[in-house]
Each structure stands twice: as C-alpha cells, then as structure tokens.
Ligand binder design. Structure first.
Ligand code: GDP
Ligand code: ZN
Length: 391
C-alpha cells in the first residue's frame, strides 16, 4: 500500500549528497550496533549488560580509525585554520557529536561528518550512563595512530533522563541536546488515552526539551465528527500552549507540518509501543531503512531497537533513537518529585496543615482550596491527582 505522498523531487536531488552521507552513517552505526531482537524490551536491553558485549567488541581489537565517509581524498598535510579535515594530528582537540555509545567507548561524528570511535576516559566510563549520552557534544583528541579519546563533554542544553532501575535516585541520561521530544499517541488502536500524556510531558519538561504531541493513525477516524470529538479530548493540553498534531503515517496527513516543526532540530520520538513511532520515522524519510517498524502476526506494533543511534533525516532533521528512549516516560516518579512539577501549587501549599501534604486527602489542604476558588486550574490539579494515584 503506497498511499504515502512522494517527496518533492527537486528538493530531494539537491540533498542527495547529504542523503548518501546519512545512509552511510546509518549503515556504519548498524554494523557496530546491530539491531536487537524484535521482541527485545528496550529497557531490559539497555540494562542487561549488553554494553559489556560491545565493550569486548570494541576493546578486543584496537579501535580503528575510520576514513571520512564523504570524501575519498586523504587529508592535506598542513591544516588550514578552520579547515575541517579528518582528525589526524596528535593532540589537537576537535569537537564532535556522540552518534552512538557503548561501554567505555563512543562513536563520534566529527565536524567534517566523518565518524571516529573514541575511547572514554575512565572517569567518564565509570559513570557513563549519566556522564555521556547520544547527542552530547564532546571534545576529543587523536593520540597515537588512529586512536581517539574523549577529553570532556561539553555543556548540555537539554537532557532526557530517567532514574536508574536499580537505584531510582540515580539519574540516567538517555539522550542529550534534544530540541524537541515528539510524544506519539494514536487513536483507535491503541485508543487515545490523554492521561498517559502527562508523564511524558513532565519527563520532557524536566529535561528542558520542547514537547510536541502527534496524534497518529488519524486516518482510522473517517467520520469527521468522531475525529473532532476525539481531538477535543486534548483541549486541556492545547490550552497549555502545546502543539497537537493530528497525523497519519499511512496517508501522510500532517507529515509536512511535522517536518516543518522539526526542521533544523534534534528530535526524539517517545510514546507507547504500537502507536506508530517507527512508521512516522520511516514516513519522514521513506528512502532509508534506517528505522524499521515491525509488526507481529497479531497486528501488535513492535519496534526494532538499535542500541543507540543518531539519524540524519531529510529536511535537516536529526533524530536520536536509543533503547529506552521511546517509553522513557514510564519511569517511576516519587510524590515529592511530582510536586516539583507543579510549581503553581507552591504558593498555596505552604498554607496546608501538613507540610508533607499530598493535596489528595488531607484536611485543611490549601491547594485544594485554591482549586475551589479557581486560583489553581482544575485540569492541572486533576492531572496531578491522576499521576499521584498512579505512583
Ligand atoms: P511503534 O511501536 O510506535 O514504533 O509502532 P509501529 O510504527 O511499529 O506501528 C505499529 C502498527 O501501527 C503497525 O502495524 C503500523 O502499520 C500501524 N500504523 C502506524 N502508523 C499508522 C497510521 O498512521 N495509520 C494506521 N492506520 N496504522 C498505522
Ligand atoms: Zn495540601
């Protein structure tokens, strides 16, 4: 079934060079980080020590220098200031973007778009789940023939994190420097459940990225009234100035709007399994098989996970797709953390009778009173209660 609209050719052809590079990048990443099993739970995979396997792979043989992917020419001997040549000079610090990560090492996209494997210094490797993530910008140096080492991680402007499953107090950064987190929901199958959106929004907000909600599979609501009714269920979020995009990976409706929103940005796609994240990623870049959605015999959505990757898509869109990122919002939140995401309650909570008031059932709760008087927006409070009840 190819009802998917074709991309404009003219735009494409001028981008063919970039596309080749992207495909090469995706290919190289897939070689080093082959897709996990279709049944693999990204969370489990992330934490099951698979990194050790990669660690062995990366360290058994010395990390080899990679030729630049977009030029056959070798680097000129003298370097011109500002020239972006492959990193051959010892000791010269370069800046790159972490495109994939494994234990003790990472693959870095250099400013000239070549890829190099860098060893992480022990202090970063020791706590690498927090210290370095896909999307991080790093300073690295060449030392010895074809060996690269990360020197330091540059300051992040956003993160997506979750607590470590073994120690919920420990933050695990799963991606860095994301501009937009696209929360994908769907209608009909699975049905739209607005309550599920809140956790994602809180987690996204916590890391500083902008959130966008895509309501996928909108093609399944053919009746315009039913469609409108369904979308009205998200009015509370629209009032929070959140972009809500009805979309269909199948018909292509809404795709241009999504492309426009993501142009020039780094994005992640999050949401429950089966809502169509892989399909949307594929629809954004129909030519590449960089991201593959798989369907089981029962029609339940599955996704293939690569361990950690960064993809360059058409239209200057960068997507980070790493294990655990898609459903990262499902992590546990403590009640006190939750309260921190409702700073609009703070002004009132000081007047609650109990200073650890959960604002759910306690007597003399100033927050509930503020809801009654309209000083706190009721939908916000209901969202809060709903999440609290789910903790
Ligand atoms: P993921 O788990 O979120 O990555 O979901 P997938 O992309 O694997 O999609 C799950 C299922 O939904 C697959 O059977 C897709 O063919 C189907 N699907 C995805 N997007 C759409 C859409 O826009 N419309 C319809 N009707 N089905 C879709
Ligand atoms: Zn209270």
């Amino acid at each position: 079934m190819s009802r998917r609209p074709r991309r404009r050719r003219a735009k494409r052809s001028t981008k063919s060079h970039g596309r080749q590079r992207r495909q090469q990048l995706s290919k190289e990443i897939r070689e080093l980080y082959p897709p996990g099993s279709a049944d693999g739970d990204p969370d489990a995979e992330w934490h099951a020590g698979l990194e050790d396997e990669l660690d062995a792979e990366l360290h058994r043989s010395p990390v080899r220098p990679r030729p630049p992917t977009n030029t056959g020419a070798s680097a000129p001997k003298e370097s011109t200031p500002g020239a972006r040549e492959p990193d051959s000079a010892d000791g010269l610090e370069k800046i790159g973007l972490v495109a994939a990560i494994s234990s003790g090492a990472c693959r870095v996209e250099t400013e000239d778009s070549s890829l190099v494997d860098c060893v992480l210094p022990s202090e970063l490797a020791r706590d690498q789940r927090a210290a370095v993530a896909v999307g991080d910008r790093v300073a690295f140096i060449a030392h010895g023939a074809g060996n690269y080492r990360v020197q330091r991680v540059l300051e992040r402007h956003t993160t997506l994190s979750r607590p470590d499953p073994h120690n919920p107090r420990l933050e695990r950064v799963i991606a860095a420097n994301i501009d937009v987190a696209v929360h994908v929901a769907s209608v009909v199958e699975p049905a739209l459940r607005p309550a599920l959106i809140d956790r994602y929004l809180i987690a996204i907000d916590r890391g500083g990225a902008e959130a966008v909600v895509c309501v996928n599979k909108i093609d399944l609501l053919t009746d315009s009234e039913a469609r409108q009714q369904e979308l009205e269920r998200l009015d509370a979020y629209r009032r929070l100035a959140l972009e809500i995009l009805p979309i269909s990976a199948v018909t292509g409706e809404g795709l241009e709007a999504l492309r426009d929103l993501l142009a020039g940005k780094t994005a992640v796609f999050v949401g429950h399994s089966g809502v169509g994240k892989s399909s949307l990623l594929n629809a954004l870049e129909p030519e590449t098989d960089a991201v593959i959605g798989q369907t089981s015999g029962h029609g339940k959505g599955r996704h293939t996970t690569t361990r950690s990757s960064l993809y360059r898509l058409a239209g200057d869109i960068t997507v980070i797709d790493t294990p655990g990122i898609r459903e990262f919002g499902l992590w546990e939140l403590t009640a006190s953390e939750l309260r921190a995401y409702f700073p609009d309650f703070d002004r009132h909570s000081a007047a609650c009778r109990f200073n650890n008031c959960s604002h759910s059932h306690e007597p003399d709760c100033a927050v509930r009173q503020a809801v009654e008087t309209g000083e706190i927006a009721r939908p916000r409070f209901e969202t809060y209660l709903r999440i609290l009840a789910s903790l």
